[in-house]
Write a protein that binds this ligand. Structure first.
Ligand code: CAA
Length: 257
């Protein structure tokens, strides 16, 4: 499959999507978002893939929604053709997705990284929700996910006053998992994705679902949901295999069943 705005490829059991609008700082227009989601959906449906990486280039992960595409829109047009649904589609991907962020991750770009399951960053990464400078607010989850990730005090500064976070700050405040030099970022992201992709596939998906339930359920409902998923895994061949492998001191051979 060839795309206009992204590059998609695989490395072992890892599916990689790289935004490819370098002249526009990878601004997220409809074409780019639609191709990204098509590629991720295809990887999600492919048994040969266990985990995905979404990346930009060294200068920009993505500088936000495409302001030039959005500038003249009316509320009715925004409602009729819901661009922001692409960020919701990302939430429905069942395999883990890692964002590899170098340079700017701003506005919708930062929201896209936060909608992934883990973020690895280069030392040059900058995270921000600068929509206030355009006379708007974040619309693809920024006010909610940033606040849950870094806490109210810092989220208020970022969203009300356009403060950017450096990679070190983002790491310190729990927004990103790991920080690497820019030259090795993609390689390290793919390595981490490869480790996840080698794990028991059904348990991996349900583990992702259970952690993400924190954002959507009360503690009581989340605990009950986790318990049901935990019991359900005792119906899989991989549970029998994993426990037998531990007891017999051998490596488990996962079947994804
Ligand atoms: N949309 C469209 N084009 C963009 C863009 C965006 N979000 N960000 C950058 N570009 C374009 C610039 O217009 C410029 O194009 P031209 O060469 O044709 O003029 C090109 O990319 C390079 O950008 P700059 O010359 O501005 O590069 P810089 O290094 O001086 O600055 C930057 C980089 C700090 C990222 C700056 O471009 C910037 O502030 N971009 C906008 C960031 C922003 O406001 N993002 C939020 C968008 S709204 C949103 O995302 C809503 C939502 O919640 C879904």
């Amino acid at each position: 499959m060839t795309y206009e705005y992204i590059l998609a490829r695989t490395e072992g059991r890892v599916g990689i999507v790289q935004f490819n609008r370098p002249k526009a700082m990878n601004a997220l227009n409809r074409g780019l978002m639609s191709e990204t989601m098509d590629a991720l959906d295809a990887f999600d449906a492919d048994d040969a893939i266990g985990c995905m990486v979404v990346a930009g280039n060294e200068r920009a992960f993505a500088a936000g929604a495409d302001i030039k595409e959005m500038a003249g829109a009316t509320p009715a047009q925004m409602l009729d053709n819901p661009f922001i649904d692409y960020w919701d589609r990302l939430r429905k991907i069942s395999k883990p997705v890692i964002a590899a962020v170098s340079g700017y991750a701003l506005g919708g770009g930062c929201e896209l990284a936060m909608a992934c399951d883990m973020i690895v960053a280069s030392e040059t990464a900058r995270f921000g929700q600068p929509e206030i400078n355009l006379g708007i607010i974040p619309g693809a989850g920024g006010t909610q996910r940033m606040t849950l990730a870094v806490g109210k005090a810092l989220a208020m500064e970022m969203i009300l006053n356009g403060r950017f976070l450096t990679a070190d700050e983002a790491y310190k405040f729990g927004l990103v998992n790991r920080v690497f030099p820019a030259e090795v970022l993609l390689e390290e992201a793919v390595k981490l994705a490869g480790e996840l992709a080698a794990r028991a596939p059904v348990a991996l998906r349900l583990a992702k679902e259970a952690v993400n339930a924190v954002y959507e359920m009360s503690l009581q409902a989340g605990l009950a949901h986790e318990r049901r998923l935990f019991y359900m895994l005792f119906s899989t061949e991989d549970q029998t295999e994993g426990m037998d492998a531990f007891i017999n001191k051998r490596k488990a051979n996962w079947q994804g069943k």
